[in-house]
Design a protein. Structure first.
Length: 552
């Protein structure tokens, strides 16, 4: 571990990678909290002593109140108070968008002037009348800031507010207005969901055959294998965080706990899909509330309690939470977008990766396991380094066990300067990463490193595979972990030989390697490829690279 780089509270980076150092760090946080809020400190200590008694709403309330303190503590620990404050200021600056959208655009303008009336308005003329009142070009944020101020003195601004309401109705209800504000959030109303028309399509007849196709306006251009969907920005993420009604307060956070019938069974969607919510029981409503309040590190801390490997989930990976959202008749909250934006905004801070990594090992918002448990002396062999394997490996280490992971694919070594492991597998000092951007590679030229299973060879260019390097570093830097690629379980290593080597347990996480055979005529004819087999060949032959000669 790199020496000489110090943090606040008398700690060093090296302390963050050893249990003794994390115990000292936790003590610093507890002391910090006691000074900041003695009552909250007492509640945390009581909850840690008896976490089962704090479960449910008391736990939610506690971690929501702790999140801003965690923000402040991390900012001081890493010496980034200015940057964390700047990120919070960006949240505060955008706040009028969401309050005006809810209180003025949706509840007043869109109801007072319906679609028929709005169709008769001259939007461009209204815009020209408004801009002198706004002091410049009509942007959504400028509109929201002025309307917010006018609403605080309605008697003096009745004319301006009616003008703004007519423009808002035109922008919300008419195709011209929607096209003009296509990239914004202020004038977008939630649409009703038609389960039989979830994806807009057009029909086209080619050689007498009727085909379905995505409308041209919704098509996404692809240039080789570069990332085609970077996800939402902060404005969009906060739009959804504020759209959430934070229903953990009523115990109805179905996104996390599942949507239930009166008899207690899970409801099913129109297509028979069980609406069980997040399989990790992630505290989604609490995350949205804290993120909407501008405490992004605290929001990530809430995510990591139940989903420490969140770099491998979120946008473009899973949406069980959205399916079970409390909004069933209209668009759900786009929870994966919020989660991924929270992670990205923390990673964009100085030492952002180190902050994320730290929260996976030490997390004061985790009442049941704020610290890794002491060493148990047990050794576990994890077979497979896909999502199941790398997630299990992390939790086993936090429970005090030593983990050795193997995978059938060849795993390329990372730079020892950042991984702490050289090409031969020996431990070496590594340096902390100040700028997470150095971990990024263009998708069309990055090395297929073999780590991640289906997440490496099967996920398309809609998901940023650079996140796999983050996951790998979370594991590889820990002294309790070792991994070996090119090892076939049942061949190179058998059950008997594994136990002979001293392993106490074998965890089979072989995952999605076996393709699903579709029961159709000629499905196995020459030239027909199974989807997972094709994707594996596509990725592992380097066909995604711009200079590749792979023949697929």
């Amino acid at each position: 571990m790199t020496e000489g780089i110090t943090l606040a509270f008398g700690l060093r980076f090296a302390d963050l990678y050893h249990r003794d150092g994390l115990v000292r760090l936790d003590g610093c946080f507890v002391d910090f909290l006691k000074v900041q809020d003695p009552q909250l400190h007492g509640r945390l200590m009581a909850a840690r002593a008896a976490p089962e008694q704090a479960a449910g709403k008391p736990e939610s309330e506690l971690i929501v109140e702790l999140a801003p303190v965690l923000d402040a503590f991390i900012a001081e620990l890493f010496g980034i108070a200015h940057e964390v404050g700047a990120l919070r200021s960006r949240h505060d600056a955008l706040a009028p968008l969401y309050s005006v959208k809810r209180l003025f655009v949706q509840r007043r303008a869109a109801k007072k002037y319906g679609p028929d009336q709005a169709a008769g308005f001259d939007g461009p003329a209204l815009r020209r009348e408004l801009e002198p009142l706004l002091g410049g070009e009509l942007t959504e944020l400028r509109f929201a800031e002025h309307v917010d101020a006018w609403m605080k003195a309605e008697g003096d601004n009745a004319t301006a507010l009616d003008l703004a309401a007519r423009y808002a109705a035109w922008a919300t209800h008419t195709p011209q207005g929607q096209a003009l504000h296509k990239a914004g959030v202020l004038f977008k109303l939630p649409h009703k969901v038609d389960p039989y028309h979830l994806v807009p399509v057009e029909t086209e007849v080619v050689n007498g055959v009727t085909m379905l196709k995505v409308p041209r306006a919704l098509r996404r251009a692809r240039d080789g294998f570069a990332l085609t969907d970077p996800g939402t920005d902060l404005t969009g993420a906060l739009d959804h965080a504020n759209y959430c009604i934070w229903c953990h307060n009523q115990g109805k956070d179905s996104c996390s706990k599942g949507l239930k019938e009166k008899n207690g069974e899970f409801k099913k969607s129109t297509f028979g899909v069980t609406l069980a919510g997040c399989p990790l029981d992630e505290k989604i409503s609490e995350m949205n509330l804290v993120e909407a309040g501008g405490h992004t590190i605290g929001a990530l801390g809430i995510v990591v309690v139940d989903n420490p490997m969140c770099a491998a989930t979120g946008h473009r990976i899973c949406n069980d939470c959205m399916k079970a959202c409390i909004y069933q008749k209209q668009e759900p909250v786009d929870i994966p977008q919020v989660e991924t934006r929270v992670l990205k905004d923390v990673l964009a801070l100085p030492w952002g990766f180190e902050i994320y990594a730290l929260l996976t090992r030490w997390n004061p918002l985790n009442l049941r396991r704020p610290l890794p448990k002491p060493a148990s002396g047990r050794k576990v062999l994890v077979v497979g380094l896909g999502p199941a394997g790398f997630t299990l490996a992390h939790h086993l280490m936090n429970d005090g066990h030593t983990v050795v992971a193997i995978d059938g694919l060849k795993i390329e070594p990372l730079d020892a300067a950042i991984s702490g492991v050289d090409a031969g597998g020996a431990r070496t000092p590594f340096r902390p990463i100040r700028d997470a951007a150095e971990l990024r590679e263009p998708l069309e030229s990055r090395v297929m490193a073999g780590f991640g299973g289906v997440a490496e060879y099967g996920i398309t260019v809609r998901w940023d595979k650079n996140f796999l390097k983050l996951i790998r570093l979370l594991l590889e830097r820990r002294r309790e972990f070792a991994m070996f690629g090119g090892v076939r379980f049942g061949g190179t290593l058998t059950i008997d030989s594994a136990f002979a080597l001293g392993f106490d347990h074998i965890a089979l996480c072989a995952g999605a390697g076996r393709p699903t055979i579709v029961p159709m005529k000629n499905g196995l004819a020459a030239g027909v490829r199974q989807a997972s087999d094709f994707l594996m060949a596509l990725q592992l032959t380097g066909a995604a690279k711009t200079d590749s000669l792979a023949n697929l």
